[in-house]
Design a binder for this molecule. Structure first.
Ligand SMILES: NC(=O)C1=CN([C@@H]2O[C@H](COP(=O)(O)OP(=O)(O)OC[C@H]3O[C@@H](n4cnc5c(N)ncnc54)[C@H](OP(=O)(O)O)[C@@H]3O)[C@@H](O)[C@H]2O)C=CC1
Ligand SMILES: CC(=O)C(=O)O
Ligand SMILES: [Mg+2]
Length: 756
């Protein structure tokens, strides 16, 4: 993707729809007048009076206990410098977003127009009643040190300056592991620290607490090496001043074991890196661009362990691995502070997690075959959902053991379960599928390429490396839309079937051959090929593309029919079906059949279940299937329960490895204790269903649309099951996001079909 495009995309991402990245959502019912009398006057007076009696009850009746303030004055925003509070707001909203998605912590971001230390401290202190914790962010040194020290002393809720301690914790965990891998002892390390600000000072202090020797540290700021004899040396920089007779970064890094960059982009040259000791460790953590480019560093030194703060290279040493979980642990035991014990517990937990076997879902999410502790994997990946269950309990335990917790956790297993529940799997799942698609992008044919939404989606999947688009349609019409919207689809193949007589004829002959005994003449076959759904399906059939996407502008049947006639079903599969992946607050739920079979017979229900079973596995999820009806295990007579029950019986007899049960009502399928209390014999007793097979199309279609509209679930689909090649049909008028999701699924489907 071009730099200009990436910049524009970042601006669009923030500006599109509701501006910014976060919103406030009520957590209680508000539908009726009765609800409002509880939420506001007069009902609200009751919790007010309780809290007036006992201030601690604020944790019981308000959002305080899960609410963190991300506070900045914009004086050291990323590596962009003193750009002011308004300009820093996107970063603070970004931190809020990360707190929410990684640890389910709610955030108000507060950008203060205050640079004076006294005023800053007074302002933040006054906010104590509102928040459960304070995350100070992007406040420049040296003011940040006094601000944090005073706030910690004066406030009874946890306060942490993330750039100092978040960064110190993560980089210390990475440093411990890097030392182990490079066979170096922390106490022997010659460490060069570029930067003498918030992050650099605190990181260095923590490395020393872990055993590094102060006399082996050389620190630099904008004026070069901080030497003891420098004039006007402030107290904090003086802590790391050296008496070695050196002035420049080049002199400092010669024979050094470790380079820590918390300063600014591109200041460590390849030449300087070459002069470092054997098996060097380079953490170039300046954001958004590191002190030395990742590629350049690993090209220059084969023996380097290299890390940056960025997500697009191995070893992302970034405080995002820490702050969500450190605050999670601190909030959950209502800690009064974040102390050294808690920080060290986080360091150890993060360092240890890197040595554990990496679950397959994380390999898939990062498009990796086998992530394993080593040079390119010294710390866990930010999307590793084990971080919350590892780091938060470690921090919470340390708070309890060091006497700063005001609440107990007695059942640690239950706590771990509760933490898991906090994380919706939805976005993580789609991200994982997207990463899988990028591991082997496929050629996707777009039958309706003369449409802006299709072209925009094609541009996104091309830029993200998910698919190689092939556009079908009139070249002039397509190019006009591309130019008008500056879509950056240069070089993408455009095929106008009308200009391809040889392909048209070959495809028509093929269709004629397949359908001549079913009423199609050669004349009709030739005519049909002018329809891009026929042409596109033929391209996939002949291997001129790997997947077909269509249906945005035509009804479902007229899009599926050509694919069925030309490509047909998978070997051994008798029929096709449609499935939706519903991304709900309770995790992903697969629903079928939602698109094709109107009133499936017993054997059709069996087929649909088997199709769904195979498809769900491709999402790295073990299918747990419930066949739904309005009755539970024979509690009602009637055509629907009986056919469903019969299908389950056949599945149990002939396909015992499929985890399926029924017939049952939807609430029993999704509520484990309800099911276990009433039907303890059920094959779904160990966990609720994640896949629902409906008795009729009517039921399936109505259910998924209710989930979407009322339940707020995002619908990904319909995913067409049972075709011999990857063909997927969009819903009329899908959004660009929905089209991108479908393309991603089409690519993963094509990968699976080509590998089977
Ligand atoms: N990966 C991660 O998780 C994190 C990365 N960072 C990154 O670290 C950097 C510093 O952030 P922070 O400590 O909050 O900011 P501060 O403003 O507190 O400190 C910046 C420090 O960098 C020094 N510096 C700037 N340019 C150079 C240069 N060319 N050569 C040597 N030193 C230089 C400054 O020197 P002087 O004192 O002379 O002004 C100052 O000491 C940023 O790029 C930030 O993105 C920060 C936190 C987390
Ligand atoms: C990551 C971060 O907090 C920073 O670069 O400032
Ligand atoms: Mg920061």
């Amino acid at each position: 993707m071009s730099k200009a495009r990436r910049k524009q995309d970042a601006l669009d991402y923030h500006a599109d729809g509701r501006p910014g990245k976060i919103e406030v959502i009520p957590t209680k019912p508000t539908a009726s007048q009765g609800d409002l009398t509880l939420a506001y006057s007069p009902g609200v007076a009751e919790p007010c009076l309780k809290i007036a009696e006992n201030t601690e009850d604020v944790y019981k009746y308000t959002a305080k206990g899960n609410l963190v303030a991300v506070i900045s004055n914009g004086t050291a925003v990323l590596g962009l410098g003193n750009i002011g509070p308004e300009a820093g707001k996107p970063v603070m909203e970004g931190k809020g977003l990360l707190f929410k998605i990684f640890a389910d912590i709610d955030v108000f971001d507060l950008e203060l127009d205050v640079t004076n230390v006294d005023d800053f401290v007074r302002t933040v202190k006054a906010l104590e009643p509102t928040f459960g914790g304070v995350n100070l962010e992007d406040i420049k040194a040296p003011e940040c040190f006094e601000i944090e020290r005073r706030l910690k002393a004066e406030m009874k809720i946890p306060v942490m300056h993330d750039d100092q301690h978040g960064t110190a914790i993560i980089s210390a965990a990475a440093l411990l592991n890097a030392c182990e891998l490079q066979n170096k002892k922390i106490e022997d390390l010659q460490i060069v620290v570029s930067g003498a600000g918030a992050a650099a000072i605190s990181c260095t202090r923590l490395y020393i607490a872990l055993g590094a020797k102060k006399e082996k540290v050389v620190m630099l700021d904008r004026s070069g090496v901080i030497r003891k004899n420098r004039e006007k040396l402030d107290e904090i920089k003086a802590e790391f001043a050296t008496d070695r007779p050196i002035n420049t970064l080049e002199e400092a890094v010669k024979d050094a074991d470790v380079f820590i960059g918390l300063s600014s982009a591109d200041i460590l040259s390849a030449k300087a890196l070459k002069s470092m000791a054997k098996n060097p460790i380079v953490f170039a953590m300046a954001n958004p661009n590191p002190e030395i480019d990742y590629e350049l560093a690993v090209k220059t030194r084969k023996d380097v362990i290299m890390a940056t703060g960025r997500s697009d290279y191995p070893n992302q040493v970034n405080n995002v691995l820490g702050f969500p979980y450190i605050f999670r642990g601190a909030l959950d035991v209502r800690a009064t502070t974040i102390n050294e014990e808690m920080k060290l517990a986080a360091v150890r937990a993060i360092a240890a997690l890197a040595k554990e076997t990496v679950p397959e879902a994380i390999n898939v999410a990062y498009n990796a075959k086998n992530l394993r502790y080593g040079r390119d994997y010294i710390i866990p990946k930010p999307m590793d959902s084990r971080l919350i269950t590892t780091v938060a309990p470690a921090v919470a335990k340390a708070a309890i053991n060091s006497g700063v917790a005001r609440a107990e956790i007695k059942d640690w297993d239950a706590y771990a379960q509760a933490l898991k529940k906090r994380l919706g799997m939805d976005d993580a799942l789609m991200r994982g599928i997207a990463e899988k698609a990028t591991s082997a992008p496929k050629r996707v044919i777009f039958a309706e390429a003369d449409n802006y939404k299709i072209l925009k989606a094609a541009q996104i999947v091309k830029d993200d490396g998910i698919a190689i688009p092939i556009l079908l349609g009139n070249k002039k019409a397509i190019n006009t839309i591309i130019a008008e919207h500056e879509l950056g689809l240069d070089g993408v193949t455009i095929i106008d079937p009308m200009e391809e007589p040889e392909m048209l004829e070959k495809f028509a002959q093929n269709l004629y051959k397949k359908r001549q005994r079913r009423g199609i003449s050669l004349y009709e076959a030739r005519k049909a090929m002018r329809d891009r759904n026929y042409f596109g399906a033929s391209m996939v059939e002949f291997g001129d593309g790997d997947a077909l996407i269509s249906g945005l502008t035509k009804n479902y049947a007229s899009t599926v029919k050509p694919a069925l006639q030309i490509i047909g079903t998978e070997e051994g599969v008798n029929r096709v079906a449609g499935m939706y992946l519903m991304l709900t607050k309770k995790g992903p739920i697969f629903c079928a059949d939602t698109t094709i079979n109107v009133n499936p017979t017993v054997s059709e229900l069996v087929d649909i279940t088997l199709l769904v079973n195979e498809s769900v596995k491709r999402f790295n999820i073990n299918p747990r299937i419930a066949l739904l009806s309005y009755s539970n295990f024979g509690s009602n007579k009637g055509e629907i329960p009986e056919k469903t029950r019969e299908a389950v019986k056949i599945l149990h007899q002939k396909h015992p490895k499929v985890t399926v049960d029924g017939e049952m009502q939807a609430n029993f399928a999704l509520n484990q204790s309800l099911l276990n209390d009433n039907f303890p014999f059920s094959k779904l007793k160990s966990a609720p269903a994640n896949t629902l097979v409906f008795p009729t199309l009517e039921a399936g279609n109505i259910a998924y649309k209710l989930l979407q509209e009322i339940g707020g679930a995002e619908a990904v689909g319909p995913i067409l099951l049972g075709m011999n090649k990857s063909v997927h049909v969009l819903q009329l008028d899908s959004s660009v996001r929905e089209i991108v999701n479908m393309i991603t699924i089409a690519v993963v489907d094509a990968q699976a079909k080509q590998n089977s």
